[in-house]
Design a protein around this ligand. Sequence first.
Ligand code: URA
Length: 247
Amino acid sequence: MKLSQILFSQGFGTRRGCVGLVFSGAVRVGGEVVDDPDADLPTDGLVLEVDGKPWPYHARALVMLHKPAGYECSQKPRHHPSVMTLLPAPLRERGLQPVGRLDEDTTGLLLLTDDGTLIHRLTSPKKHVPKVYEVGCKHPVEAALLQRLRDGVVLDDDPAPVRAAACEATGTHDLRLVLTEGKYHQVKRMVAAAGNRVERLHRSAFGPLVLPPSLAPGQWAWVDIDHGGPDWSAAPALGPATTPATP
Ligand code: URA
C-alpha cells in the first residue's frame, strides 16, 4: 500500500495532510526517512515512526483503556471529559467507539474499536461474552447476597430475572461478579435488588482479556485483531482479586 494511504488509514489526517506529512520528512520506516508519499510498503508487521513516535500498522484498531473515574464513555459527554480524550489523535481520528459503556465513576477495562462488526459481536446478549466486575459494597457481603445474585434478581425494566454467571466474596465488603449481558447500570441495579449497595466498581476483565497491572489508569494498549484476535468466549484467567475495587 502507498505510504500516504497507509497514514490516512491509520488516522494521521486528511489524504492531502498525509501527503504533506511524508514530504515534510516526519515519517520514518526502519529508521530511515521515507519522503515519497507513493512509496509502496507491505503493511504486515509494519511499524511506522511519525514525528519520532512508533506507530504499528493495524488494519482494524482494538485498544484496551484503563478507564479512570471521572470520564464519560459518551461521544457527547455532559459533565466530565470523554474517554476519547485519553486516546492519541490518530485513534480519535479513526473513529474508535467504546464497546459498551462504563459509568462515569466506574474504573477498569474499557475496549474501544473502529470495527463495527466486532462491537456488535461483543455487545450482543446472545454471544454471552463474560465481563468481570470487582465490586465494593456498602454493607457486608453475606452468603445470602451471593446466592440471590446467582439465583437471579428482577430489575425494574424487565420481568425476566438476571443472573450472575458467577459470583464470589473477595473481602468482607467486596465481591466479584461475572455477567454475560450488558444492561444499563446492571451491576449497581443487581446489587441493589439483592439488598446491598455498590460503593466502588471496577471491571477487571472482558472475555479472555484481563486488565494488566502494568496499565495505569488513563493508559491504553493495542489488542491485535489483524491476525484472528482473541477467543471471546474463553473465560478470563483470573486469580484472587488482584485489582481491588479501590477508588
Ligand atoms: N454495571 C454498572 O452498574 N455500571 C457500570 O459501569 C458497568 C456495569
